[in-house]
Unconditional design. Sequence first.
Length: 387
Amino acid sequence: MKNNQFEDILVYFSESLLGKENEEDILWDLAKNCISKLGFVDCVIYLIDHENKLLVQKAAYGPKNPKDKTLYNPVQIVVGDGISGHVAQTGVPEIVNDTSKDLRYIEDDDLRLSEICVPIAHENTIYGVIDCEHPKKEFFTNQHLRMLSAVASICAIKIKNVRDNKALLEKQENLLKIKEEMVGLRLKVLNSQLNPHFVFNALNAIQNFITSEKKKLALEYLSIFSKLIRFYLKSLESDTTSLKEEVKMLNSYLKLQKLRYDNQFEYTITIMDNSKKIDAIIPASVIQTLFENIIEYSMFNQHKNKKLDISFEVLKTSVLLKVNYQHNEIASTIKYEPEYRERIMQWENQIRLLNSVKNYTIEKEVILKNKRTKHYGEITLRLPNLT
């Protein structure tokens, strides 16, 4: 084969594969052109299933597939087995002039005495092999090997481009999905924080303070409530917040709830000594959701003498929140059941979504201890330090 013929065939293969945008079309077109342009009578193309270490037949032209893009009895070969499996393992192309003398030869539908096999490889990655057979001995030449190797290289580059484009599209779709999920998550949290019942009760409490001539309490409550509203709306702009701001928000929230529920619980917030000079960035609104659940659960079950001891510790890669609580259980069967309670976002669901969408690996642990009518518990939440 002359050099100009060699180049013409390579140009033809390149142009033929140019418009193909999926692997199936690439492989079937390649198999067909190996028959029509190189004068072969049989061509099978395998791709490597790296996970299962198998060569999987993807396209074939010749006796195994005389009509259409349907494989009849498609073959799977363990990488390393047979001539094609050996080439897939080593990446070294081969010509076998007499398959009857090669113990590696695997007879498929009929014995063929010549075989040529080249790897579909690019940049040290083997994607599969092109395997061609012929009934005559010593049919394939070094020119065939040279041509088929060049064609396989073109095919490998095309497969790489298709897979890279597919991976890029999937990445973009995943990013879009993540953004949509995060927007949905923030809206759920905001809906929980600003549910109509909570807002109505807050405004009603302010009104009651005013009508009861408790102007100082009314102004204090209104100031805290307005700060919380601003904080909630600001949190929509970002997935994260500073620990300093979150602690400030938490103190305001608990103070507001304490006023709202007429001092039915006490709380303390402590920043560990080694953490006071260390700033940290954490996922937004997780702490808020946790304490919203704690307070509403306590009111729902009419717990008495509720006390929360809250501590924060900033570590190198995480922020540790511990909540030690205790309360007395009321004997009455009358339960406080706010109508909006089902709309409060469960913090376990929020953690699950954040771990799934943002890979935060937020960890939680709940320990319960009961002694007669006295109930104790500890909630530990480990948040990532995103600083």
